[in-house]
Design a protein. Structure first.
Length: 147
């Protein structure tokens, strides 16, 4: 019976390397999902600290509402007040790959409006570095939009 060392057998080394890669990618995707759910959960709970704790240094936000890579200070001033209108948030899908993710979710407002958005996230060191928000559904876009 021949003994094989995993580090000297090329097939075992390749298999081990691929397994480690798959586990790392799966872990990163699960981490992205947790980060996104925590970030948006802060809106639902009206907890700025919960939301902001998920944001990286240098964070920027972009949306069709004249927000072009705005920094966190402007983001908090313009966007955070919308949290007062969040009643319920439901995720349709979160798809993550490496340091990037898409999230599709529905917001039900305190006024009964239903808004569907898609966000594109970029991550850095386990935090959200940027978000690009795309408004969908009826075109309402965000809770206080007049439509």
């Amino acid at each position: 019976m021949t003994s094989h060392n995993v580090f000297t057998d090329p097939w075992r080394l390749l298999t081990l390397t691929l397994l480690c890669l798959v586990l790392a990618l799966t872990s990163k995707a699960q981490n992205a999902e947790t980060i996104i759910k925590t970030y948006l959960g802060g809106y639902e709970k009206k907890d700025w600290n919960m939301t902001s704790s998920q944001l990286a240094d240098g964070f920027t936000f972009t949306s069709p509402n004249q927000d072009d890579h705005i920094p966190i200070v402007v983001y908090k001033e313009r966007c955070w007040p919308q949290s007062q209108h969040f009643k319920k948030l439901e995720f349709s899908q979160i798809i993550a790959s490496g340091d990037y993710a898409f999230a599709i979710y529905t917001i039900t407002t305190t006024e009964g409006k239903v808004i569907r958005n898609t966000d594109y996230y970029t991550f850095s060191n386990g935090k959200i570095l940027s978000i690009e928000c795309f408004f969908g559904g009826t075109g309402a876009g965000f809770p206080t939009n007049a439509q």
